[in-house]
Design a protein around this ligand. Structure first.
Ligand SMILES: NC(=O)c1ccc[n+]([C@@H]2O[C@H](COP(=O)([O-])OP(=O)(O)OC[C@H]3O[C@@H](n4cnc5c(N)ncnc54)[C@H](OP(=O)(O)O)[C@@H]3O)[C@@H](O)[C@H]2O)c1
Length: 331
């Protein structure tokens, strides 16, 4: 099969595109013909040698997938051949990835695709959508009527957080790096948008939410605890999910005196059963138009290295070049 893979970690140029053997699909797996995948920041960290876990060799890159089932193992009876499906969690914890014509996947990571939604949109929503759901509902227990602040309302995760918080009746404040991105945030449902390059975020946040926000979601890899603790309401919750190497200062006193909580998580470490609940809500919202995939551009499999360059530039170098996900078409 045709795949994008690495045989050793390194810069984007180490990604090879070519023929490798089809995956072995035993009774506990389902063989999926992948039609679309998408790029996530963690793909670039792993490719670059993050060494979170041992990798198969060759290692097929990519976590997200959408396509159709071509073979079902004996122990996966709730799925059937020809069924359209989507999911994430591949390319993680030692599993093979999805930038390939075929992927052998455990049934617990596979969700039915709504008829009304195409493969590109499902691939673009997979990891970021599940992440937003886990953070807002499994960790922060967001309630209707509460106020959420999230940095980067057009980012991969941020755009999902904005839309899901609105879907359950929360008020949303977010940031954007340009007037165009601010408009996009409003289209996604944001109530207030702070253009952080021209406006001081801390002051604007205090203006938009004088009593503080109930949930402060930090998407940056260098969390700003001064901003977060100042911006949180009494008993507010901060969601933390980026920046493994960050060691920022922390205002201890103001944090505990307000009774705040700090909630960290990594989506790949959350149980499959909990992620399935997230996927069912995503299916419902995306089918009903409450949740829209955000796609910056679609690239062919042969441009996987370029896709990694763009993602790295956006997330690590903070260039702001993306406004949505990078989707990979797999012919
Ligand atoms: N723990 C987990 O389970 C998990 C899951 C998914 C992702 N992550 C991590 O979460 C992080 C974000 O992922 P992503 O896919 O959302 O990345 P992304 O699509 O690259 O988004 C990055 C966002 O950061 C914003 N930004 C950059 N500099 C900023 C600044 N100075 N002030 C305010 N906003 C700023 C950008 O906004 P503008 O474009 O408006 O400038 C952009 O929206 C990554 O580190 C990723 O590894 C963790």
């Amino acid at each position: 099969m045709r795949a994008a893979f690495i045989t050793q970690p390194g810069p984007p140029d180490c990604i090879q595109v070519g023929e490798i053997p089809d995956p072995h699909c035993d009774d506990s797996h389902v063989l999926v013909r992948v039609r679309a995948a998408s790029v996530n920041p963690i793909d670039t960290y792993i490719r670059n040698g993050a060494n979170y876990w041992p990798l198969p060799n060759p290692f097929v890159i990519g976590c997200d997938f959408a396509g159709e089932i071509v073979r079902v193992g004996k122990h996966a009876s709730h799925l059937h051949e020809g069924q359209r499906v989507w999911g994430s969690n591949q390319g993680l914890m030692g599993r093979q990835g999805t930038f390939a014509q075929y992927a052998a996947i455990e049934p617990r990571w596979i969700y039915p695709s709504p008829d009304s939604v195409n493969d590109r949109d499902l691939a673009a929503t997979a990891l970021v959508g599940i992440t937003a759901h886990l953070g807002l509902f499994h960790r922060a227990k967001l309630q209707p009527g509460e106020t959420v602040f999230v940095r980067g309302g057009t980012g991969g995760v941020g755009a999902m957080v904005v839309q899901m918080a609105k879907a359950v009746g929360a008020r949303v404040i977010t940031t954007a790096g340009s007037p165009e991105k601010a408009d996009r945030c409003r289209q996604l449902g944001a109530d207030e948008v702070i253009e952080y390059r021209t406006t001081e975020t801390k002051e604007a946040l205090a203006r938009f939410s004088p009593h503080g926000v109930d949930v402060f979601w930090e998407t940056l890899r260098e969390p700003d605890f001064e901003l977060a603790v100042a911006g949180l309401a009494p008993n507010g919750r901060m969601v933390l999910m980026a920046g493994r190497d960050a060691r920022p200062p922390f205002p201890v006193g103001p944090f505990y005196v307000k009774g705040c909580s700090l909630l960290g998580f990594a989506m790949f470490a959350v149980a499959a059963e909990i992620q399935q609940q997230a996927a069912m809500d995503i299916n419902h919202w995306i089918d009903s138009g409450k949740l829209r995939a955000q796609i910056d551009r679609v690239l062919p499999l042969g441009e996987s290295a370029e896709a990694h360059r763009l993602q790295e530039s956006n997330t690590v170098a903070k260039s702001g070049i993306l406004q949505g996900k990078l989707v990979i078409d797999i012919d």
